[in-house]
Design a protein around this ligand. Sequence first.
Ligand code: AMP
Length: 310
Amino acid sequence: MSASPVLVVGSVAFDTLHLPSGSHPKVLGGSATFASLAASHFAPVRLVGVVGRDWPGRATRMLGDHRVDTSGLEVDACGDTFHWEGKYASDLSSRETLATDLNVFADFSPKIPAAFRRSRWVMLGNIHPALQLEVLGQMEESGLVVADTMNFWIRGELPALKKTLRRVDLLVLNDEEARELSGEHNLVRAARALMRMGPRIVIVKKGEHGALLFEGPNVFSAPAYPTTEVMDPTGAGDTFAGGLIGYIAGRGNSRHETLRSAVIFGSTLASFCVEGVGTSRLQSVTHGQIARRVGRFQKIVRFGPDAKPR
Ligand code: AMP
């Protein structure tokens, strides 16, 4: 049986990246692009976003080749595609934003095509929480709603974010954001506080230290896949979320065991993403490579049934 599609809404961008390896002007980026390519390894994807007059047809074709339906990708001929420019520290541990040219993204008001309004799996990328809510308002039917957010919205748009969170099933955010949004330093307490805001599942990403999954009383702790091949960390978070919901869609359920595996698949996709510049590695990675890395991951996290205190 084929998997039912994942709806992904978010930014589609050109990124100019200044990496220790050199500068890369205007490579394909954006939260929805990374999430869509990651999810597409497990299920068909329906992408909703906006691009400008500079958007090349080959990018649309590339997405189509990865079974991403781009009929919800609006082309606004009145301006250019959203452009983000960032400079990474020499050890890639931090980055500075040099430019955020919103261009056509400034007036983005997601329009969900009629054919997409019944989507069992919905991924709300990192956009204004009011826009995330607008998307949900257009849905005639949805199953699991996954949302990503960031400090910018937590600080500047808290009432709107809280309203959106009441409609979200699974919230993905990083440790810093979890602490800020919940007001709790301890991540277990933070996750419980976030669950009281709406989502029944919370995933806290800890960058190179992995991720924590909370659902009811259940907690799952996954390490990040240890890789030495980090070239460009851009989009790793979006890739994690896309891989996660894609895997859930591929399995066709969001049972707790599925969620645990989804965290591992999301982390695996993120570990591939950082190996290339922009979306390049996500475009080239094969099912076989993903499966082999998940196999190695299983060995890394294996914990003996014979483990006893004495
Ligand atoms: P991440 O590395 O996961 O934070 O995601 C990086 C991606 O987010 C880049 O491809 C950017 O194009 C995109 N991005 C940067 N700033 C914004 C913004 N303000 N709104 C939406 N997407 C953004």
